[in-house]
Write a protein that binds this ligand. Structure first.
Ligand SMILES: *Cc1c(COP(=O)(O)O)cnc(C)c1O
Length: 233
């Protein structure tokens, strides 16, 4: 299958899944995760109508962003990997979204380093929802405190939450984590009624069905669009 066919199939799948839940397909954004994949693949996806892309590695992401900027191809770039504080400047300068915010220190740096001629950087708070050993993401109890701190930073725009639950084939376990995320998402909206909280980023190739069922508004899909990744290069 080509990248174009994969994208069409995913869009159709999102349509069916959202119809089943009686919400419009437009309530779920498809983020194409292009890490390790060449610019040629991204260009193919763009030609098939895909405009939002996710990258995990700062340097690789910035090279791709610059490549398409030079060609005047307007794409939207999401940083979705773990971010060390010495790499925040590149993310602040080049990306449109940062989905893995889990520390005030990183928020402060991104806010300081965001160029003032750009729109505020859209950010999501990453929640450590099921994988207690993972160092990424904050505990649900800490969400509101960090959210309020972000609200005070003029060059960041808090848009919602993101999670990467521990991988499992068990649908009930998947849905449990995603349901918890949806509860947190509603709490966040309620606590900050004036903020533009509209994004719940959850669901990857292997668990997107459960994620959409539990209220995801953004699925991050790599393998089902671009094929399996080769990390050897
Ligand atoms: C790699 C990655 C994805 C995409 O995973 P697939 O299983 O290939 O769809 C989504 N989100 C994050 C944070 C990732 O690192």
């Amino acid at each position: 299958m080509t990248i174009e066919q994969n994208l069409a199939q995913l869009q159709q799948y999102i349509q069916q899944a959202t119809q089943h839940d009686q919400r419009p397909a437009s309530t779920v954004t498809l983020l194409a995760v292009s890490k390790t994949k060449p610019v040629e693949d991204i260009y193919q996806a763009y030609q098939a109508g895909q405009t939002a892309f996710g990258e995990n590695y700062v340097q690789e992401g910035v090279e791709k962003i610059q490549y398409f900027a030079q060609k005047n191809i307007p794409l939207e770039w999401h940083f979705i990997g773990p971010l060390q504080s010495n790499k925040t400047k590149l993310v602040a300068e080049h990306f449109d979204w940062m989905q893995t915010l889990d520390r005030k220190k990183i928020a402060d740096r991104l806010n300081e380093q965001r160029p003032h001629d750009k729109k505020p950087l859209n950010v999501l708070i990453q929640i450590n929802i099921s994988d207690e050993d993972s160092k990424s993401g904050i505990h649900p109890n800490e969400m509101l405190e960090l959210a309020k701190q972000i609200q005070n930073l003029p060059h960041l725009c808090l848009r919602g939450l993101m999670a990467i639950p521990a991988p499992t084939d068990d649908l009930a376990t998947q849905e449990q984590a995603f349901t918890q995320m949806n509860v947190l998402f509603k709490q966040l909206k309620q606590a900050l009624p004036d903020a533009q909280i509209d994004t719940l980023s959850m669901g990857m190739t292997d668990d997107m069905a459960s994620a959409i069922k539990c209220g995801s508004t953004m699925v991050r899909i790599g393998t089902a669009i671009f094929g399996v990744r080769d990390y050897s290069k």
